[in-house]
Design a protein around this ligand. Sequence first.
Ligand code: ADP
Ligand code: MG
Length: 589
Amino acid sequence: MNIRRILPGFVGILFLAIVPVLPVPPFWITLLNNIGLASLVTIGLVLLTGVGGLTSFGQAAFCGFGAYTTAVLSTNYGVSPWLTLPLSLIVGAVIALPLGLITVRLSGHFLPLGTIAWGLALYYLFGKIDLLGRYDGISGIPPIKFAGYRFLSDGSIYYLIWFFVIVVAIGAGNLLDSRIGRAIRALRGGGQAAEAFGVNIVRAKLTVFIFAGVVAALSGWLYAHMQRSVNPTPFGLSMGIEYLLMAVVGGAGHVWGAIFGASIVLVLKDILQRFLPDIIGTTANFEMIVFGILLVLILQLSRDGLWPLALKLLPKRPPRPVPASSRKLAKRTLAPAGSPLLKVEKARKAFGGLVAVNDVSFEVKAGQIVGLIGPNGAGKSTTFNLITGIASLTSGSVFYEGQPLRGDSPRQIARHGIARTFQHAKILPDMSVLENVALGAHLRGSAGVFRSFFRLEREEEATLLAEAATQLERVGLGQYRDRPAGDLALGQIRILEIARALAADPAVLLLDEPAAGLRHGEKQELASLLRKLREEGVSVLLVEHDMGFVMGLVDHLVVLDFGTLIADGQPADVRRHPSVIAAYLGGVA
Ligand code: ADP
Ligand code: MG
């Protein structure tokens, strides 16, 4: 354990622990309690919105479910709050599941609009149900008791609230720093690369949605027992908007930024409510206007919120070493060399009137490097997309080891051991080079949310990271391991994508123009890497422009022009083919 890594957190916790015993005004503690409650909701939003890219205005409703569950059970039925705690969380999760199923399928502006819709609807629902006391709500909620002690005062429930905040913050950080977390973080860019490596996108979105719902319900449970009464007001849309602002102000991508954002927004609001009436001489809601202007200014100052600015003031944390791993990941048994592996049969793809791939057939045998060449727009990348399930076939079929892949999703196709790179590289620029590669090994791990949250998957995670590090060394990017992937040059990013594909332990590698942007020496290294992979039994389908690069490397060459296959055979023969010379080599020949 590195002291410099844990010191800031240690100081923070120490500060929180001693505040209540310092001679501070009582309203400080109330304010800190409210910050803690809001932080819980905001941490959920950081994962949902900041990391997962799913904007929700409706999180306050989940606080309502947590709060009303315990309010009803502990007042009407005398159930102990400790029993209602898991029940409140379960209610949050059970409601998040169908709401999430509807919401995460929405895209663009419809997604936040959808959350506004159910956020509003649930608020009115709370106010209409007799069991929940309609708009008057429920009062007389018992305090939480622990070993005979009653958490009655603001100063005592304070510790309970902040205990949960710290547990949830650490757990959320653990979750992001795991196999599941990489899948969640990959949602942002649309998730296409993640899907190509076996991530179930809908499931990853649902996971964060439910996580956010459950931590909001936890906040509601605490709120109900702090306030000892509940009514619908704090669970409406305006609170939902405020939570989202906290996440954005703090810096929507950072777990600890959630606490920071909640603190800034609530302290600011408190100050404005306190002093503004004196300054402008009325008690109208002017603070909301000043509040809004200040928030716009803050966001002008730093688009990523204020946490990244605050981080600059903290001592810089050194990158973590890749943990040593004794276990080895299981390797796929590869088909014997020469056996039929990937077969494209009369594949056709039409985009409206444009036939991008026109009844193309070819085959990749195990242990072969097959080149797929053709001028720009010939349909090479589309062919890749048809094989990997990103695009659906208009007609024709793709077979893998004799089985048709028809209708399989990219995720199912990845399971067969078909791994790819993209012509327009799809990496996660903010994630480290190592983590980008580790995403490729997604299907080789199995740890879920629970184990990741409590850091019980460290051994598996270590093997995945060790595998990623091995592949990085193999492609020659080892020295960039801890850098953000966005720092790499374009050619290096292509190589990074190859390492990511290798981390999937592929049977077939589909490389879309991997040598573009590489210098001569780097191309030589890439060629020898591909030869080495072939020796190991991995098959490669290679889209390439550089004829020199392809000729010396491939066993078989397929040439496309305007979507149609015009030649298919040994490189030397294909090169002499008249239509190839006309279509592709043109003036060069
Ligand atoms: P290549 O990779 O050989 O350069 P592509 O497969 O990218 O060619 O494109 C083949 C043809 O299909 C091009 O004319 C391109 O404009 C068209 N095309 C590719 N993707 C789409 C799409 N999603 N929608 C419409 N047309 C597309
Ligand atoms: Mg292309």
